[in-house]
Design a protein around this ligand. Structure first.
Ligand code: PXG
Length: 464
């Protein structure tokens, strides 16, 4: 790959970053002390840093670089579009070719009657759109009090006021007086952490039925929608028991509650189908998409909505929109990305070849003394780190301490594998090869070994 050789020495770049750049979800002083890693280039699944190290990116950036790094076609599509029509809005009775072609393409790809697209810049603001959209839908249907959206603890739906309110991350709610009114929560279907003595099947059903109980508690005539990720991503790649989603679907139908599938991570092949909804067998009324829509090459997100909702929404002026809703350059890049995903059969390749291979290899980590609760679906996986597999124990140390140590070992071994609390998670580019999966697993195992060694030495290999 071509390296940007003409940059300042790493220490200078780090100093500038520390002086002026505030990072998302980061304790800035701690980072400044440690020194940030400067990524300079990437190709396929490989990152290059300012010291020339090659790092295997098992997180696809931030769950988004589905087609892998370095595809010239996307750069060319952007450059072409910038020359031809770099910007125009769609607010005042105009449209442009990339936006309408992308809306058509998404309507073709999305399941069922999800045929209408409202564009955003990413997943958070697409979820903000969804809040306004489902409330407007019910108001137009003569039920303006039907405005509560039910979500789940430990869900992630973004970082805007709306997105963070829909999310069930208590730490996020704690900063800035969230959630906004009209959002309610039920528990997540995380059997390993919260299932106690119940079988996964029993537990899945029980957690789904919390939705019914919550609807009854609030009043069915006040509930607008239920939002969930088909598979929780940022919460720790939690694959729900098989009994969960069919029951959720039944409840939404029975009470006429709109089902919003947040496909920001699961969409565009991540779970081995085009959408996570197909993998878990649900028929949502609204889908949130972002990330894999452009493989992260450019910011874009969208709400894809059903005929039923669109028919109602079309009756009024929906007073909502972003300057960059349906940005022509973003749409052109997304179209090119979808062309590559389709023409190169990347989703089928995942489903038939690389995901089964990754599953076999990922599951082989189960014999490691630290590892339990091996979850894997398509190209997203997780394991729990535990001091005692038999009792599903947590560590005595503060939650996340061991996960952080493991992540640091991965980083040192040139593998980007994330930690969420004391879970380790992966979500590599969909184009990762079987040979690269071997390297991923080899580095993951080495990092787990080093983590175990360190926590034994530090006296942290202790159950709570
Ligand atoms: N919904 C889901 C399911 C997501 O995973 C968003 C919405 C928000 O999308 P934007 O494009 O506004 O970021 C996301 C984003 C992490 C991490 O640490 C995950 C996300 C974003 C940042 C960090 O795993 N997911």
């Amino acid at each position: 790959m071509t390296l940007l050789a003409n940059h300042l020495p790493t220490a200078e770049l780090q100093a500038i970053d520390a002086a002026h750049h505030l990072h998302p979800f980061t304790h800035s002083n701690q980072l400044a002390e440690k020194g940030v890693r400067v990524i300079t280039a990437a190709k396929g699944v490989w990152l290059k840093d300012s010291e020339g190290e090659e790092v295997l990116d098992a997180m696809a950036g931030l769950w988004c670089v589905n087609i892998g790094y370095g595809r010239d076609e996307l750069a060319d599509a952007a450059a072409r579009q910038m020359r031809e029509l770099p910007f125009y809005n769609t607010f005042f009775q105009t449209t442009h070719v990339p936006v309408l072609m992308l809306a058509k393409k998404l309507a073709e790809l999305a399941p069922g009657d999800l045929n209408h697209v409202f564009f955003a810049n990413g997943g958070s603001d697409a979820n903000d759109t969804n809040i306004r959209l489902v409330r407007t839908y019910w108001a137009e249907k003569g039920q303006p009090n039907r405005d509560v959206i039910i979500s789940r603890w430990n869900a992630y739906h973004g970082s805007t006021i709306g997105g963070a309110s829909l999310g069930g991350m208590k730490g996020m709610h704690g900063q800035g007086s969230l959630p906004i009114p009209g959002v309610a929560f039920i528990d997540q279907p995380h059997w390993w952490a919260e299932g106690g003595d119940k079988s996964p099947e029993e537990f899945g059903l029980e957690r789904a039925q919390q939705l019914e109980a919550k609807i009854k508690e609030i009043g069915p005539d006040k509930v607008a929608a239920f939002i969930a990720e088909p598979i929780q991503g940022a919460g720790g790649v939690i694959v729900p028991p098989e009994t969960y989603w069919p029951e959720i679907q039944r409840i939404c139908k029975e009470y006429d509650i709109l089902l919003i599938a947040d496909e920001v991570i699961c969409g565009f092949g991540r779970t081995g189908n085009w959408f996570g909804s197909q993998t878990v067998g649900i028929e949502p009324d609204v889908m949130t998409v972002a990330k894999g829509l452009s493989s992260g090459y450019i910011p874009i997100g969208a709400s894809i909505i059903s005929d039923k909702i669109a028919d109602v929404l079309r009756r009024t002026e929906f007073s909502h929109g972003y300057t960059y809703s349906g940005h022509p350059v973003a749409c052109a890049v997304a179209l090119e990305n979808l062309r590559i995903l389709e023409e190169e059969n990347i989703v089928d390749q995942v489903k038939d070849v690389t995901a089964p291979y990754l599953r076999k290899k990922w599951e082989s980590l189960a014999d490691h003394p630290l590892v339990a609760d091996v979850n894997i679906i398509g190209m997203m996986g997780s394991v729990a780190l535990t001091p005692d597999k038999a009792t599903r124990a947590k560590f005595a140390a503060e939650e996340g301490t061991v996960g952080f140590i493991c992540r640091e070992r991965c980083f040192a071994n040139n593998l980007v594998m994330r930690s969420v609390g004391d879970r380790m998670i992966i979500s590599p580019p969909l184009t990762i090869t079987c040979d690269e999966i071997d390297i991923l697993i080899e580095r993951a195992r080495k990092s787990l070994d080093e983590c175990l060694e360190k926590i034994i030495a530090d006296g942290l290999f202790e159950a709570a």
